[in-house]
Design a protein around this ligand. Structure first.
Ligand SMILES: [Zn+2]
Length: 194
């Protein structure tokens, strides 16, 4: 049984005459309550051959390490939201225009779309925000791979280290379902098959 995200009332199943699909509907709010995917914004921020990581303070996966990111909020662009998350989690303030689009993808089993930018900085100065225990730049060798919060996306992170070490960045689309995991190049710009 599902409940309204706004008022807490029990939802009913609603079907429009012209549409075969069924929706969850709140009678009190008189609105559909559709479980749209949320948008997760992340950024691979590099300094030399290192990438910026944060150690999560909040559940889930408290104490484990992740690439900085968070949910997009109403009224912001994807680049502005990514810059906000970087600032909140690591104390690093970048202009949205300094972020370059890098990856996108769907993770169907957690109902998320993610959009990932990349950028580089000249200094490793950073400080964890309220939602992080620590923030640090790690090379591939330094990275605590045994303490990664979401090992499901390690292929994407390894790809980022690959591109960083090669000095040439592709564009990628990831498709992650219960059955498949694919990280596909979506452009040949800067991409070479090795
Ligand atoms: Zn309601």
């Amino acid at each position: 049984m599902k409940y309204c995200s706004e008022c807490g009332d029990r939802l009913v199943t609603h079907q429009l005459a012209a549409d075969a699909r069924e929706y969850d509907y709140c009678i009190r709010c008189a609105e559909p309550r559709i479980d749209h995917p949320s948008v997760m914004l992340t950024c691979f921020l590099s300094c030399g051959q290192k990438l910026l990581w944060i150690q999560r303070k909040l559940e889930p996966r408290s104490g484990f390490w992740a690439i900085p990111g968070g949910f997009m909020e109403r009224g912001e662009t994807v680049a502005a939201g990514t810059a906000r998350e970087l600032w909140e989690e690591t104390g690093i303030r970048l202009a949205p225009a300094a972020l370059e689009f890098y990856m996108t993808g769907t993770i169907t089993f957690i109902n998320q779309v993610y959009i990932c930018f990349r950028a580089s900085v000249a200094s490793e100065d950073c400080q964890p925000g309220q939602e992080a225990i620590a923030a640090a730049f790690f090379s591939r060798e330094e990275c605590p791979w045994d303490e990664v919060a979401y090992p499901e996306v390690n292929d994407s992170i390894r790809r980022a280290y690959d591109d960083l070490e090669r000095g040439s960045f592709g564009l990628y689309q990831a498709e992650m379902t219960q059955e498949i995991y694919r990280l596909l190049p979506i452009s040949t710009v800067g991409y070479s098959r090795v």
